[in-house]
Design a protein around this ligand. Structure first.
Ligand code: CTP
Length: 443
């Protein structure tokens, strides 16, 4: 066929140096093995759209597992093969993940095949995919390195910002693509093609979403909740009647929408802290989704999503913990920092962020935000070792004294090591009965 245009410059420009070098090396290795190698899927789509994406997906015309072993070996990487599907995952020491798939197993039994026949293996593989924008490939063998392969009009659809299926049975083959369609649509101003919308509607109407394991729907829902703007996705899912098809009680009504907004704002705030900590974003949205459902409905929704009972229980217990936090905070008229720490220290980061999103008053929000940014990492200026050194024995008194020092430090009553030491010494004297208990010394 006609060679595609070269996107070598894009590879150079968009890929980090180490991945670019890896792709080149991979193409060379494939060549020596007599295989054809392609970069495919989301990473190609995103590269063409100038969006960052480091999930390297490779398709091999040849034996993907054999190839993955050779490639992994060359880079000192761990290779996890899946012989049955002839796929493998390579994890590079730096953390990069490479998925390798096999285009067609029969290929290698056709020595000296025509180029057209060879390429049709890749074409067949790409033709099974969900949307046109995901069907591009880039050739990696040395002679063709950087050649863009676009059989299904992906470049046109990216230009027109359209999500289109490749054929009318796409959602029948895989109804979870309905959720994927919405997820891709709400990125960067895309929209569903006219025909694709009507195929979504028919598939939803025909109840196809019930034909796949709930777990797959859950997986796609989780992806949606991790998108830049899950609210727009949820609005669209509602409009397309997808939510009610998943579970009749899953209604994206105004209160749920507001809960989503509050979570989103809290997450935007949290992201500005630039911590490296990972938050399970989807979990917060799940809490928002189930906020006003009764426990039985939460369990039923969990079933619809193929969750194990334990996981539904975890969700419910987190919800309970958040409510407990809100109750305890509301019961204290003026909360001291040490009291806030007492209330919050057993909660997970997700629970705290969710509780923060639920709190209406600015003063509560302030307490949550200070807890997240400062108090939860607070270390008192004195250690248990110091207390042992001045004569405490390693028992409950020591623990109690440390806790008291921490509280007083948090509340600003003790300011430094000297103050903490003085406090500890007076406590020690009291417990030994050398001094009558009274006001601790002022510091
Ligand atoms: N795919 C598909 N049908 C599905 C899931 C995935 O056809 N139900 C195809 C898509 O064409 C996709 C590829 O498999 O390009 C890899 O899927 P995935 O990694 O989930 O998606 P990406 O396209 O990489 O999207 P992103 O990582 O941006 O979410």
């Amino acid at each position: 066929g006609v060679p595609g245009k070269s996107v070598r410059y894009l590879l150079r420009e968009r890929m980090p140096e180490n991945i670019y070098e890896l792709l080149k090396k991979a193409g060379e290795l494939a060549e020596t093995m007599g295989f054809h190698l392609f970069l495919v899927g989301g990473i190609v789509r995103d590269m063409v759209m100038r969006v960052n994406n480091l999930d390297v997906d490779l398709v091999v015309e040849g034996d993907g597992v054999v190839f993955a072993r050779v490639l992994g070996n060359a880079f000192g990487a761990k290779v996890s093969p899946h012989e049955k599907y002839k796929t493998a995952v390579i994890r590079l020491p730096g953390g990069v993940r490479i998925d390798v798939a096999t285009a067609r197993l029969e290929y290698y039994r056709m020595p000296g095949a025509f180029p057209e026949v060879e390429e049709s293996n890749l074409k067949l593989d790409l033709s099974r995919r969900d949307f046109t924008i995901n069907t591009m490939a880039v050739a990696l063998n040395p002679q063709r390195f950087g050649e863009l392969i676009d059989y299904f009009g992906a470049q046109r659809d990216i230009r027109e910002k359209k999500i289109r299926v490749l054929h009318s049975l796409s959602f029948v083959e895989d109804p979870s693509r309905i959720l994927r369609a919405v997820r891709f649509e709400k990125r960067r101003g895309f929209s569903l093609g006219k025909q694709t919308i009507s195929l979504v509607s028919s598939a939803v109407h025909a109840g196809f979403l019930r034909n796949i394991p709930g777990r797959r729907i859950f997986h796609e829902m989780r992806q949606i909740l991790q998108e830049e703007d899950p609210i727009r996705c949820m609005d669209r899912l509602r409009e397309l009647k997808v939510l009610e098809a998943i579970h009749p009680d899953l209604i994206f009504d105004e209160p749920m929408r507001e809960a989503f907004h509050a979570v989103r704002e809290t997450l935007l705030w949290f992201r500005l802290l630039y911590t490296r900590e990972k938050v399970r974003v989807w979990f917060l949205y799940f809490l928002a989704m189930t906020e006003s459902m009764d426990p039985q409905t939460v369990v039923a929704l969990g079933d619809a999503f193929g969750l194990r009972r334990e996981d539904a229980e975890i969700l419910l217990s987190s919800r309970e913990k958040v409510r407990e936090i809100m109750r305890r905070m509301a019961s204290l008229p003026d909360i001291l920092p040490s009291q806030a720490v007492d209330i919050l220290e057993k909660a997970s980061l997700e629970e705290i962020l969710y509780a923060m999103s639920r709190s209406k008053s600015a003063s509560f929000k302030k307490i949550f935000s200070t807890y997240v940014t400062t108090w939860r990492n607070y270390r008192p200026p004195i250690s248990g070792r110091d207390l042992l050194a001045i004569g405490f024995s390693g028992n409950r008194e020591l623990g109690a004294c440390l806790k008291e020092i921490r509280d007083r430090c948090l509340n600003g009553e003790i300011r430094d090591f000297a103050g903490a030491l003085a406090f500890a010494q007076s406590r020690l004297a009291e417990t030994r009965g050398e001094r009558s208990p009274g006001e601790p010394p002022r510091v």
